[in-house]
Design a binder for this molecule. Structure first.
Ligand SMILES: *Cc1c(COP(=O)(O)O)cnc(C)c1O
Length: 396
């Protein structure tokens, strides 16, 4: 049975993007571990199918945000290291350690719970201390970060596997002085941790401490700062972090970088109706026809992640060309104007996000960026909001 609305994931695009990120992060003979972020239901693309495809493409680490995601990936038996970036309260952290997840830490209660859980399970918990360098979200300032790293390094049930920080401002600007300053602070703290624990310096053959700061934007712009691991999210899905990042990349001469969007969201046309001039459409009568109009009803709505803000504003692709959303987006119905596409039939595919070919071979694309622009938000929000219930299908 074919679903009424579904999401297609392109394996080819995903593999291409992994390759781009991998080669972008390699410089001067260093090959950082690639941790692809699958938090937020793989940025809305679907946790399980995306994780499976990434592992099959040789990605060694996956980045999660909570215990639910860790549990799901472990249940599916995927052979990847799991690195959790989100907040886990002590009882969740203990469970995550039992599931062999690696955790970012910045809180003594969580570290103590990890140590105890590891002792009971006869394992060593792998922890990464988060260093505060300018974002003021998670993380400890220099002295506290060094103290926690030393405490972990001396605990027989724990391993200080890494140090991390997160940029406040790589993708929102083409001026990267603040990010550079964050990186300097991070390097100062990392050097102090190495000294305090008697660890070899960065780059030494016996150096096993993973220092990591890079998200997608930093990977694309600064291969030289990738450290032992990179945490790439949005780029994996074929989306540039922002226009500014794209501009910076071209200023740095990295024009050859090309990402391919992975996701296409489709729905079958549920109904067609012809209405005369002067008829209202939908709740609140916010639209009135100004010509004899053919309406197509799509069996999706804000429940599925098609934002109500797209009422009388969004566009979808039908027969490879744009059809305007008219009237209000309802919970489970969106109405579009297909008057200019007379060959359309019930059951035909409409594309809400992604590309569609026309019969003559041309076609069009609605990108997550474009939709984000209509809504005054960012593409990260557009894709992560896609309903978890929509079936995800991997296509070649
Ligand atoms: C989500 C996340 C990333 C990935 O950011 P992108 O811009 O999607 O590449 C990296 N690091 C941390 C800590 C994150 O939470």
């Amino acid at each position: 049975m074919q679903p009424t609305s579904w999401i297609e994931l392109s394996r080819k695009a995903l593999r291409h993007n992994v390759q781009v990120l991998r080669s972008a992060s390699e410089s001067g003979g260093r090959r950082p571990l690639l941790c692809t972020m699958v938090k937020g239901n793989a940025y809305g693309h679907g946790l399980e199918p995306v994780a499976r495809e990434l592992v099959a493409a040789g990605v060694p680490w996956l980045g999660t945000c909570d215990l639910r995601e860790i549990e799901e990936l472990r249940q599916k038996g995927l052979p990847a290291a799991l690195y959790n970036v989100g907040w886990l309260p002590p009882d969740h952290a203990a469970r995550a350690v039992q599931l062999d997840a690696r955790l970012v830490v910045y809180d003594e209660a969580v570290v103590a719970a990890c140590s105890e859980a590891a002792r009971l399970a006869g394992l060593r918990a792998n922890l990464h201390v988060k260093v505060e360098t300018g974002n003021n979200r998670q993380g400890l300032r220099h002295d506290d970060a060094v103290r926690m790293a030393v405490r972990i390094g001396r605990d027989p049930h724990l391993r200080l596997e890494g140090l991390s920080t997160h940029f406040a401002d790589v993708e929102d600007t083409t001026d990267h002085r603040f990010a550079r300053a964050q990186l300097e602070r991070f390097e100062t703290t990392a050097a102090a941790v190495r000294t305090a624990l008697g660890l070899p310096p960065a780059g030494h053959p016996d150096d096993h401490l993973l220092c990591h700061a890079s998200n997608t934007a930093a990977v694309l712009l600064w291969p030289e700062v990738c450290g032992g691991l990179v945490r790439a999210g949005i780029g994996v899905y074929g989306l540039w972090p922002s226009k500014e990042t794209r501009l910076s990349a071209s200023e740095l001469g990295r024009r050859h970088l090309e990402l391919q969007p992975v996701l296409t969201w489709k729905a079958r046309i549920a109904q067609l109706r012809d209405v005369p001039t002067g008829e209202y459409v939908g709740y609140g009568r916010t639209f009135r026809t100004v010509r004899p109009t053919r309406l197509a009803l799509l069996p999706i709505g804000y429940y599925d992640g098609y934002d109500r803000g797209l009422s009388n504003l969004g566009q979808v692709l039908v027969c490879g060309q744009r059809a305007r959303v008219i009237g209000r987006v309802a919970m489970n119905i969106v109405t579009v104007d297909v008057t200019d596409c007379p060959q359309v039939a019930v059951g035909d595919e409409a594309v809400l996000l992604g590309a569609q070919a026309a019969r003559d071979g041309e076609g069009d694309r609605i990108s997550a960026d474009e939709m984000a622009g209509w809504l005054g938000t960012i593409h990260y929000e557009v894709t992560t909001r896609l309903g978890q219930h929509l079936p995800r299908v991997v296509v070649q």
